[in-house]
Design a protein around this ligand. Structure first.
Ligand SMILES: Nc1ncnc2c1ncn2[C@@H]1O[C@H](COP(=O)(O)OP(=O)(O)OP(=O)(O)O)[C@@H](O)[C@H]1O
Ligand SMILES: [Mg+2]
Length: 246
């Protein structure tokens, strides 16, 4: 694992009108890492991903990717550089077939590298045999877990150096969450760098090497997953349970 960060976020600030959602966040993902971002509802996790991926323009701070300053680039330019975001709520095209959704995921490569894309479809069907079986079905008719598989597949089709996922587990049954977590762990074991935003902290810490705990737009704590999972402070103060009165 190289020490030069793939993603380096410094002093990131994200504002919506007068409201500041992200207040100076520093964060790194090194090549080959799976890094988790955890924290309560409204902590600013999604806003951090929006700032990184170009869906909102940061009001301050810097987003470096592979050593280049990408802070002011548009989202599609960042996709071309190798940053892929699977947004909260999955945003698949419900009325299109599974196959059309996959082709749309590969649109940047479809005209110049169709053979490569089709070969990658095969790899994806090995990961998710369910998608091959449902290729000509409307995406909107898939189960929640299958829709998340489709969303992940679409993200992978841009061959991202960094795959960013916002709330993998949202609305899914515990068993499906387990399956998808295992899948991410396997992707990471094959070298895929991943930044995973997830409310189910213990699940995220179980597969990530490192994690950041976000609260009120700031990094409250950071460390290896083992350090954070072993810290009662994390579990009690920042995640899920109410902050203790002091
Ligand atoms: N488009 C927006 N306009 C105004 N305020 C917003 C917008 N999106 C988010 N916010 C506010 O920014 C803060 C951070 O929200 P964000 O969605 O980043 O949190 P989150 O950690 O992803 O929460 P959740 O776990 O519920 O997904 C919240 O106070 C939220 O109300
Ligand atoms: Mg969110």
């Amino acid at each position: 694992m190289s020490d030069r960060p793939l993603l380096k976020v410094s002093g990131l600030q994200v504002r919506y009108g007068g409201a500041t959602a992200v207040r100076g966040v520093d964060m790194e993902v090194r090549p080959g890492e799976l890094v988790a971002v955890i924290g309560n509802n409204g902590a600013g996790k999604t806003s951090i991903l929006r700032g990184i991926s170009g869906l909102v323009r940061p009001s301050a701070g810097k987003v470096e990717f592979n050593g280049a300053d990408t802070t002011t680039l548009a989202a599609h330019q960042k996709v071309n550089l190798g940053m892929a975001l699977i947004p909260e709520g999955r945003l698949i095209f419900a009325d299109q077939t599974v196959e059309d959704n996959l082709i749309l995921g590969a649109y940047t490569r479809w005209n110049r590298d169709r053979a490569g894309v089709l070969a990658q479809f095969e790899e994806i069907f090995e990961l998710f045999p369910r998608l091959r079986e449902r290729l000509h079905q409307r995406a909107g008719s898939l189960s929640g877990g299958e829709q998340q598989m489709l969303a992940i597949s679409r993200g992978l089709l841009s061959k991202p150096a960094l795959l960013m996922i916002d709330e993998l587990s949202l609305g899914l049954a515990p068993k499906v969450v387990e399956q998808l977590m295992t899948l991410l762990r396997n992707l990471n074991a094959r070298g895929q760098s991943i930044l995973l935003v997830e409310q189910l902290a213990s699940h995220a810490l179980a597969i990530a090497q490192r994690a950041y705990v976000i609260g009120q737009g700031r990094v409250e704590l950071e460390g290896t997953s083992a350090q954070l999972a072993g810290s009662p402070e994390v579990m009690e103060t920042f995640l899920g349970k109410k902050r203790k009165a002091v």
